[in-house]
Each structure stands twice: as structure tokens, then as C-alpha cells.
Design a protein around this ligand. Structure first.
Ligand code: BGC
Length: 749
């Protein structure tokens, strides 16, 4: 560690998170587990140890090349410690029997799976969940995901994905919480709490796995798996805190990233895995690689062959190899050659067995594989209800001009037009694991149920989702339908295969001829609400110029249609806020609200300032943006004091009123801008937020407490700074809110 770097980053210090223990075990429980693990370890041969450090995929479901054809034989030979992509109570029980009954020691397998946003009850994609700014709802969704997954025999979820990203071209933005570090930390914590529950040995919990360590979200040019090269300062202050937050919540495990970071691939990066993770943060959980990431060290050009790749990975701190079998092939030989110590192997196995012990598997290997629980829990009505409510909270009303939404209950004829209107399967998003298309409700079907027989609901696809050769006739037919309707809902967006892993896009607008369809339909003058679907921020500048409402739905999950129908008809109000900036144009990327100050801030009148010649600097929709059906007014911003010292705190209060005719949920956001210091600072940073619901005519005073800890940051050398001077606070409904209130900070008491 370089001298200055603080053990807890300033973002987390603000959040008062520092009390982690491995899986939140009590000291007594931990001692018991450690004794149990040492007993197992003392009986194991080197080959059995290496087997524990090996994970293979079942052929049920894979996210990459499948290398092992006969996993079951490997299990019986004691050459596997964990299997992923195998689930359901009966199948996992059968595989578990092979490990328990056929191997010499009978050590149970750990079953892992990508439970990304639900197991069978599919919730909105993680980026959409982050848009809810509702940590309780996110925790509840993760709790349900864990209950369902564990009932299907799973022990371990490869979640949360906490990669901060400022490049919407990257397809995996859909798996994370977006561009902001504070929001990313809070979402990570909520997900770990939900997955692991309060006691890891409760049978309805799973071990969490924070990923991908680290920097994956900053892949150059937004192209998946690409190089990452950034200063340690930026890495530590922006990209690493959500990992530390997850670990502070007791996260059981961590997955390495595919990318190289400042020249060293993350899966053999000893600085990341030993120094930062173990020494500085004290992480005691298990480190698994991403899919075949050790093998890829050869492609990265840092290992001449797979033996050297295995050696580099294990010495850097990897405990388990996912899918490439390289540990199985080479570790014993490396130990015998004296290149890798037995102590290093023992430490890895200890960490793996510790997770198995904490889950109660060493006492009862079959406790998770319970067909009756599986039957009762999967898709339980309460789970579907939670999925619908979170989908409602995740949708963001980007625009409502003219005021089209909510639709009146007096409408008698509605047209639903567009390539995504009837697509239920797409609603699950690109990576829904065990989600089933037949469980999902399309926008059209949700509206049909909500509107009933009193309203005529017509449908027209208009244009195919991607093609450029659609005949004008379909567009004409869609426009003709719009003309005879009271209102139109246009369902536009990406195909759901256009985001997720290995799904980067250079252009992130509406594909194909969808804009032509929108123009023709909106030109009819019939009030139109466009529902946009995607796994990332889109460039919607052309659409934004047309008179319409735009409700961004991301991928809302199985309850999509019901949630959207309720939002469109005003049974529920939109309350989501953007967790990522929507650019005007791809040329602005990377774009994020908390950019650093420059020496030549934008001045439209001055040539030599930081700007584009052909485009404003501002995005189309900034971070934090989202409208409601109410009329939100911020009144009476006040500070309890204009000056604070190190030992003091101050309270910022703001009265938020709803002067509109509909109930509204507002996400009140607090941003900070620091005074002159030794290093440049972001133009502003989110430091807190609160969701409040206001009835028509209602008002509430929201208070935020600011302490000296809220003002700390790291400088480029890693020193924690706390500057005297004038601070600016911005309280409002989005990141570009104006009207600063200022206070002075003075360290001297
Ligand atoms: C992804 C991981 C995932 C793993 C296992 C990889 O391709 O990058 O996020 O957990 O596959 O499915």
C-alpha cells in the first residue's frame, strides 16, 4: 500500500460502513467453523485440495465455451469443488450425491448460478432496479431471489455486479447500478443483505459474489473485455468503493474481472487480489475467477502457456478456477516443483470450505435441495407482486410534453403499436437465468387486462425491430390506426440481445426504422406515449423533439405489462430516476454528471473553453432525471448553520411540495461541490438521497445531516483530504439542479 491510501474510501466513510465480518458470522460461529474446516483440511490429499479449487459448469446453461463434457465423472473422482449452471432440487441432489457418496471424503459441492435479477420470478434488470433509488425494494427483490434459488438447490449467486460504468455502449451496463459511486455502494449493500439475509446458515439464503474485480466497467471504447487503464486515484475513488461496500456487508466471495487493469489482467493481479483486497480490506472470503479467465491469461500475453497462467493466478490470490480446469491440470505439479507452496493451496481450500461450512453444507449437504420448498416458492404470488411493484418504481418518465400521461379512464379506443408491444419474452432482459418467457406479461397483454372490454385495444407492429427494409405500408397502417384511436402507446427499443455480455453497441439509438414509425404515428396528432425498452441508456434526441410522452421501462421483468399498464393509466405514478446519463449523441461518451472541473469551463461565447463545436456539453437527460404525474416544487432550502467545524454537523432541510393533481413520489437528491483543494474535484457529487411520496397538495420537509466525514475525499496520492472553505450544496430532483446553498467548513475546533 502506498503510504496515503485510506483503508476505507471516503465514499464509504460517509456511509459509516466499516464493520465487516466474513458473512456476518458471530465470533462463536466463526470459531466453530474454523475448527471444522481445519479438521477437513487435515484429512485431504493435495489432489483433493486442488479438486476443491476447481469449478465446472453443468451443460444445462453456459455463458461461454463449455470445456468439460463429463462433469459427473469428474465429480465422482473428487476433482470438482463447485458446479455452476446446475439447478433444481432433484438435479442438484443427484449431483450432490455423487460428491458425497462417491468421493473418499464426501465433501459436498457448492452450486453457483447467475441469479442476476431474480431466479424464476424475474425482477427488472439491475440497472432498472437502481433507477428506483429504493434500497428496501432492491433488498426485498434480492431476498426473494435468494429464497427461490436456494429452494432450487443453489448455494451461491454470482451477484452483485457492482462495476461502475460511464459508457452506455458497454452492453453490461444493464447488470450494474450505473455511473455513480454512492448509489453503486448502496445498491451493492442492499443486494448482499438481501441475498445473504441475516444468518448465512438459514436455508433461504445464498452466498453472494461481488464482481467483476476490478475496473471492468471502464473497458476502452465501451467494447466488452477490452483493456482498462486508469489512474489509481480514479480507480480507488470511483470504481473500488462498491466492492468494499459489498464486502463490508459480509459478502462471501468475489469474482475477478476479464480485463487487464493498468497492464496486468485482473485474474492474476496480485496488487488487486492480495494487497487491496486481503491486506487493506481484510477480505476473508473466496476469490473465484470469471469464466475461463485463467486460460485467457495466455491470450492477454502474460502467460506463455496454461501452466504459467495457473501459476500466476494462484500466486496472485485466486482460490477457485471457473471452467478452464487449469488448476486441476497444473496445481499439483506446481506444488511438487516447489513453485507454489502448500500453504497457498491450504489457504485457498480453507476459504472454500469456510463458505461451505457457513452455509451449513458440511453438516447437511442436501439441505438446499428441497422439492417441496421449490414448489411452494417459485413464482409465489407475493413474489410476483414484489416484481410488479419494483417494475413500477424502476420506470423513468423522461418527458411528458404535451401532458399525455396518465391516460384518462374515459378513453374508448387505444392503439398499441411497435415491435416490442407483444413481446413478452423480451421483458425478461438479456440475462434472466431461469426466467421463463411464458411467465412474462407483454405490454399489450397488461393493457388488455387493465382496460377490459369497455376499451377497444388495437395492435399493429409497424416495423420490425431491427430491419431497415420494412415496407412503408406497415408504417402507413400504423398511422391509420393511430388516427382512429383516442390514444396511442408506441413500444420501441432495443432487442434484448443488444445488451448484456458481449453485446456492446457503437450506436445506441433506436434500431431500424423505429424512428420513422414514431414520426408517422406522432404526426397524426393522436396523443402518444412512447414506452422505450433497453438494457442501457439510449440516444433519444430525435424522439425527444416530437410531441409525446416517453416512459423508459428498461427491461422490467415478468410483470412488465401489468406494471406498465398501471403506470400509463395512472394507477401508479412513475418514480424512477436515471442512474446513468442519457447522452444526446454517442460522440459525448463517456459522459457522466460528476465530471472533474476543468481549467477552461464551458463558455458558449468563448472559443477556447471546454466544449464541442457541433453539440452542447449537456446530456439529453441527466443523471437523477425523472418526472412524476404531480407538480413538484422545492421550497425553503435551509441550513441549520452557515459554518461548521470538524466535530460538528449541520442539517440541510428542504420543503418539497406537490402542487399537482396526482400523487407523486420524488427522489430528493443532495449534491455537494467542495472548495479549492490540492486536487481537482468533480463539479458536484451525490452525497445522499431520499424517496418521499406526496399526496396532491401535500408537502414534506426532508432533512439531510452533513458531518465532516461527508466532506472527505482522497487526493491523487491517496491522502485523505478535508478542505477548509466554502462548500456548495444542491438539493433537487436531478443532478443539474441549480440554486446552490453554501456553508463554510473550518477544521479548527
Ligand atoms: C460472466 C460472469 C458470470 C460467469 C458465469 C461470465 O461470462 O462474465 O458475470 O458470472 O460468466 O456464468
Amino acid at each position: 500500500m502506498r503510504p496515503g491510501w485510506p483503508l476505507v474510501s471516503s465514499v464509504l466513510a460517509r456511509e459509516h460502513v466499516m464493520a465487516s465480518t466474513f458473512m456476518n458470522l458471530s465470533a462463536e460461529h466463526r470459531e466453530h467453523i474454523d475448527r471444522e474446516v481445519e479438521q477437513w483440511l487435515s484429512r485431504m490429499t493435495l489432489e483433493e485440495k486442488v479438486g476443491q479449487m476447481t469449478q465446472f459448469s453443468s451443460d444445462r446453461d453456459t455463458t461461454g465455451p463449455s470445456l468439460k463434457e463429463d462433469v459427473e465423472e469428474e465429480i465422482k473422482a473428487g476433482r470438482v469443488g463447485s458446479v455452476f449452471n446446475a439447478f433444481d432440487a432433484d438435479f442438484t441432489r443427484r449431483l450432490q450425491q455423487q460428491a458425497v457418496e462417491h468421493t473418499r471424503l464426501g465433501i459436498p459441492l457448492l452450486f453457483g448460478y447467475d441469479v442476476i435479477h431474480g431466479f424464476r420470478t424475474i425482477f427488472p434488470i439491475p440497472l432498472a432496479q437502481a433507477a428506483s433509488f429504493d434500497m428496501d425494494a432492491i433488498e426485498a427483490a434480492s431476498r426473494i431471489a435468494a429464497a427461490e434459488a436456494s429452494a432450487a438447490g443453489l448455494h451461491w449467486a454470482f451477484t452483485p455486479m457492482v462495476d461502475i460504468t460511464r459508457d452506455p455502449r458497454w452492453g453490461r451496463v444493464m447488470e450494474g447500478a450505473g455511473e455513480d459511486t454512492l448509489l453503486g455502494c448502496r445498491v451493492a449493500r442492499a443486494q448482499v443483505r438481501g441475498l445473504q439475509g441475516s444468518a448465512p446458515d438459514e436455508v433461504d439464503t445464498v452466498a453472494a459474489c461481488v464482481k467483476h474485480f476490478a475496473g471492468y466497467g471502464a473497458a476502452e471504447a465501451g467494447r466488452d473485455y477490452n483493456t482498462v487503464d486508469m489512474s489509481e486515484w480514479r480507480l480507488r475513488s470511483v470504481y473500488l468503493p462498491p466492492f468494499q461496500a459489498a464486502i463490508d456487508e459480509g459478502c462471501a466471495s468475489l469474482m475477478t474481472a476479464f480485463n487487464s487493469l493498468n497492464g496486468v489482467p485482473a485474474s492474476c493481479n496480485g496488487w488487486l487480489l492480495e494487497q487491496v483486497l486481503r491486506q487493506e480490506w481484510g477480505f476473508e472470503g473466496l476469490v473465484v475467477t470469471d469464466y475461463t479467465a485463467i486460460m485467457e491469461l495466455v491470450h492477454h500475453g502474460v502467460a506463455a502457456d496454461t501452466r504459467q497462467a495457473g501459476q500466476k493466478a494462484v500466486l496472485a490470490g485466486v482460490d477457485m478456477a471457473m471452467q478452464d480446469g487449469i488448476f486441476l491440470e497444473h496445481l499439483a505439479g506446481l506444488v511438487e516443483a516447489g513453485t507454489v507452496s502448500l500453504e497457498r493451496i491450504d489457504m485457498a481450500v480453507r476459504r472454500i470450505l469456510r463458505v461451505k461450512a457457513a452455509l451449513g453444507l458440511l453438516d447437511d449437504p442436501y439441505r438446499y435441495s428441497d422439492p417441496a420448498r421449490e414448489q411452494a416458492l417459485l413464482l409465489a404470488p407475493a413474489h410476483r407482486l414484489a416484481a410488479r411493484e419494483l417494475a413500477e418504481k424502476a420506470c423513468v418518465l423522461l418527458r411528458n410534453e404535451p401532458c399525455v400521461l396518465p391516460f384518462s379512464n374515459d378513453i374508448r379506443r387505444m392503439a398499441v403499436i411497435g415491435p416490442l408491444a407483444q413481446d413478452a419474452a423480451a421483458m425478461l432482459g438479456p440475462w434472466h437465468g431461469n426466467g421463463h418467457a411464458e411467465d412474462a406479461v407483454s405490454l399489450h397483454d397488461g393493457l388488455a387486462l387493465r382496460l377490459g372490454e369497455a376499451v377497444t385495444l388495437d395492435y399493429c407492429c409497424g416495423v420490425p425491430l431491427e430491419s431497415d427494409v420494412s415496407s412503408a405500408d406497415d408504417i402507413e397502417a400504423a398511422a391509420a390506426l393511430a388516427r382512429t384511436s383516442d390514444v396511442v402507446v408506441l413500444a420501441l427499443g432495443e432487442d434484448n440481445s443488444m445488451s448484456g455480455e458481449a453485446a456492446s453497441r457503437a450506436r445506441i439509438g433506436l434500431p431500424g426504422r423505429q424512428m420513422a414509425l414514431a414520426r408517422a404515428v406522432i404526426a397524426t396528432g393522436t396523443p402518444c406515449a412512447v414506452v422505450t425498452f433497453s438494457g442501457r441508456p439510449l440516444v433519444l434526441s430525435d424522439l425527444d423533439e416530437l410531441p409525446c410522452a416517453i416512459l423508459h421501462a428498461w427491461w422490467p421483468g415478468i410483470e412488465a405489462g401489468h406494471a406498465l399498464a398501471r403506470l400509463l393509466m395512472g394507477d401508479a405514478g412513475p418514480s424512477g430516476r436515471l442512474p446513468m446519463t442519457f447522452p444526446r449523441d454517442e460522440g459525448q461518451i463517456p459522459i457522466h454528471y460528476n465530471a472533474f472541473s476543468t481549467g477552461r469551463p464551458l463558455d458558449p461565447e468563448e472559443k477556447y473553453t471546454s466544449k464541442y463545436l457541433d453539440m452542447p456539453n449537456t446530456p439529453l437527460y441527466p443523471f437523477g432525471h425523472g418526472l412524476t404525474y404531480g407538480q413538484i416544487v422545492y421550497q425553503h432550502r435551509a441550513l441549520s448553520s452557515r459554518c461548521i467545524r470538524a466535530s460538528e454537523s449541520l442539517v440541510v432541510s428542504v420543503t418539497v411540495a406537490n402542487t399537482g393533481a396526482h400523487e407523486a413520489t420524488e427522489v430528493v437528491q443532495l449534491y455537494l461541490r467542495g472548495p479549492a483543494g490540492d486536487v481537482v474535484r468533480p463539479v458536484r457529487e451525490l452525497i445522499d438521497f431520499k424517496r418521499i411520496t406526496l399526496v396532491p397538495g401535500g408537502a414534506e420537509t426532508v432533512c439531510f445531516v452533513i458531518e465532516a466525514a461527508s466532506l472527505r475525499y482522497e487526493d491523487a496520492m491517496g491522502n485523505q483530504r478535508l478542505d477548509d472553505g466554502e462548500y456548495h450544496l444542491y438539493v433537487g430532483g436531478r443532478s443539474d439542479t441549480s440554486d446552490a446553498i453554501t456553508f463554510h467548513f473550518n477544521k479548527q475546533d
